[in-house]
Design a protein around this ligand. Structure first.
Ligand code: GTP
Ligand code: SPV
Ligand code: MN
Length: 616
């Protein structure tokens, strides 16, 4: 077979070039394009996507330079049962990951990718997770046959020519030294898995394959993704690299890759505190990271470092520092509105991509919760006519917006600081209809790791095919930890040794309900009242009141200015701690303990016994 035509500027660096050539020989695309990341190139790709019907251009007067994409109804979320960690030893993937031996999986990958890009263009995307000058920044190269992936990756991380040049200069040895992974890239191969026979037109706006493989080789730090075009399955810098592979790199190099938002809180006296929060998928990270305090909080400033992923390392100042490896938000659309999250709304005003939302008659987007009154008519996420009361959803529950972080009005001035920002507190919290109070503080690091490790949440639409109910999701990393979850918890306990100043640990629950199913806490901007208590605890400015589960605030410790209708009684309901519920909670943690028993740190067992003792 003759070589396919190449556009863009290929690298002259032999190692990378050789790998791309090998992959071209395997995947057999009809063309290869080296992505430069420019505005022009992006426009051409968006035009191409419009032409193919993947994108609908939104009304430029309402939402400039923005597009709607509709996926196949079978390709709307991450697929956890098709996600694999292929370490040489099964024990290294651990009891919570799907595993296959790398040799065996390589055979399958070679077979699946053989000719998988036939009739399509292979895009070569050089990308960098993290500010390129950060000691933790990681360069990756994603090969993909999806233009949708290229334009999304361009929003989500540093992509293009400058990243390639950075890699090339590192290979020559003339780039600034100090980056961990200098002169190295993470190879990432992605195909939607729908090759086209010679002469056949591509008339499918969302090609994808019913058989999906999201595969990670942690030892060789490789990613292979087949069959899906959606989000975390296909934008390989995000969950695959920045969480699963990065968690392995972090374990080996004394740092942590976490499913966390990072938020800055500046009090009226000018003191700034950074908080990192791990909530499972679709449990409120983006919303908290973009919080707008109630108007009574005059003088407070909130700012966002990141909304989904944090890389944390012990800085030479003795504190844990965080960077956000991403440059965009891939956020849940439903429920997002000017009432609940005006900052997200402002961030997606232009230059954004919307996936699986409704299309209004005037060419804008709509989803459940965007406005109180739904439009009288729209085209739903499946491309069908939709009217209020028709019994169908306008947007898929996991519909997403892709928006550039630099458009966020509350972006923190330090968000691209290569040295990151110091983190003073960790917050954990899932969707818990009962049992978990609005907020409590762990007694210490050891207890805090236990609290994060035993976190549970009702499952959400962010992953396909999970059975309903509360599942344990340690540190919100269950779907994202690239190695043995027990070893991961050990790593958490170990990290303490590298610090001289420690973050405090808190657990929150915005989702507790009364018997009628109403939320007991107003949530969203009002969460600022909880954050204020957390900040004050970190600064030693307010007392914590001891209970068997941890320290709690009193009603009088909270600022209720402007929320006077939330009574002391309401507060106690949201804060309620019940011995009976907590005894059940401990029993229901048993499943996690059984699963992780062997590799689990002994501290976890002590902490559970201490809690049991305090409850009896
Ligand atoms: P991923 O991007 O999947 O990791 O999700 P996330 O953790 O960033 O969740 P996000 O902030 O997008 O919130 C998910 C859903 O929860 C949205 O529909 C929000 O409207 C809703 N939500 C977020 N915060 C709150 C809150 O404080 N109270 C209530 N009741 N709902 C909330
Ligand atoms: C999540 O599911 O936690 C997400 C969305 O942030 S995805 O990128 O699809 O993983
Ligand atoms: Mn997430």
């Amino acid at each position: 077979m003759s070589n396919p035509p190449v556009t863009g500027t290929p690298t002259a660096e032999p190692k990378l070039l050789q790998w791309v050539e090998e992959m071209v020989a395997l995947c057999k695309p009809s063309a290869v394009h080296w992505v430069d990341g420019s505005e022009d190139e992006n426009q051409q790709l968006c035009d191409l996507l419009v032409e193919k019907g993947t994108f609908t251009r939104l009304n430029p007067e309402i939402r400039p330079n923005s597009y709607l994409a509709r996926s196949k109804p079978s390709d709307v979320a991450r697929v956890e049962d098709r996600t694999f960690i292929c370490s040489r030893r099964k024990g290294n993937a651990g009891p919570t990951n799907n595993w296959m031996h790398p040799r065996e999986m390589k055979v399958i990958m070679n077979e699946k990718f053989d000719g998988s890009m036939a009739g399509r263009t292979m895009y070569v995307i050089p990308f960098c997770m993290g500010p390129p000058d950060s000691p933790l920044a990681k360069i990756g190269i994603e090969l993909t046959d999806s233009a949708y992936v290229v334009v999304n990756m361009r929003i989500m991380c540093h992509t293009g020519r400058h990243v390639l040049e950075r890699y090339e200069s590192e290979m020559r040895g003339d780039a600034p030294k100090g980056r961990q992974g200098y002169g190295y890239f993470v190879p990432c191969v992605h195909s939607v898995g729908v090759p086209l026979a010679a002469g056949v037109e591509d008339n499918d706006p969302w090609p994808c394959n019913d058989e999906k493989y999201i595969v990670h080789f942690p030892e060789t730090r490789e990613i292979w993704s087949y069959g899906s075009g959606y989000g975390g399955n296909a934008l390989l810098g995000k969950k695959c690299l920045a969480l699963r592979i990065a968690s392995c790199i972090g374990r080996d190099n004394n740092w942590m890759a976490e499913h966390m938002l990072v938020l800055g809180l500046e009090s009226p006296d000018g003191e700034k505190t950074y908080i990192a929060g791990a909530f499972p998928s679709a449990c409120g990270k983006t919303n908290l990271a973009m919080i707008v305090p109630p108007k009574e909080y005059e003088g407070w400033k909130t700012s966002i470092i990141g909304d989904d992923i944090a890389w944390l390392w012990p800085h030479k100042d003795g504190r844990l520092h965080a960077i956000n490896p991403e440059t965009g938000y891939f956020g849940v659309a439903p429920g997002t509105s000017y009432e609940t999250n005006p900052i997200a709304m402002e961030s997606m005003k232009e230059n954004s991509i919307f996936t699986n939302v409704g299309l209004t008659d005037d060419g804008d987007v709509w989803w459940e919760g965007l406005t109180k009154e739904p439009p009288a008519h729209l085209i739903d996420w499946k491309g069908e006519d939709w009217e209020p009361g028709c019994g169908r959803l306008a947007a898929h529950p996991n519909a997403r917006f892709t928006a550039p972080a630099k458009q966020c009005p509350t972006i923190d001035p330090e968000w691209q600081n290569p040295e990151g920002v110091p983190v003073s507190a960790f917050i954990f919290g899932g969707r818990r209809p009962s049992t978990m109070p609005l907020v409590y503080q762990a007694f210490n690091w050891s207890h805090g790791v236990y609290v994060g490790a035993t976190m549970g949440s009702e499952v959400t639409a962010a992953a396909a095919g999970l059975k309903a109910g509360v599942r344990r999701d340690p540190m919100a990393m269950l779907p994202f930890c690239g190695y043995n979850m027990g070893d991961y918890l050990h790593h958490w306990y170990d990290m303490r040794r590298h610090l001289t100043e420690f973050p405090r640990f808190f657990h929150v629950n915005w989702f507790r309900r009364d018997d009628e199913g109403n939320y007991l806490w107003p949530g969203f901007g009002q969460n600022m009242r909880v954050l204020e208590w957390i900040v004050n605890r970190c600064r030693g400015k307010v007392a914590g009141h001891e209970t068997p589960i941890g320290w709690r605030p009193k009603y009088s410790d909270f600022n209720f200015d402007g929320l006077e209708n939330f009574s002391h009684y309401d507060f106690e309901k949201a804060m309620n701690f019940s011995y009976d519920e907590w005894k059940e909670e401990i029993i229901s943690q048993g499943e996690l303990y059984m699963k992780l028993y062997d590799p689990m740190p002994k501290e976890m067992i002590y902490q559970k016994e201490l809690l049991t003792g305090r409850l009896s």
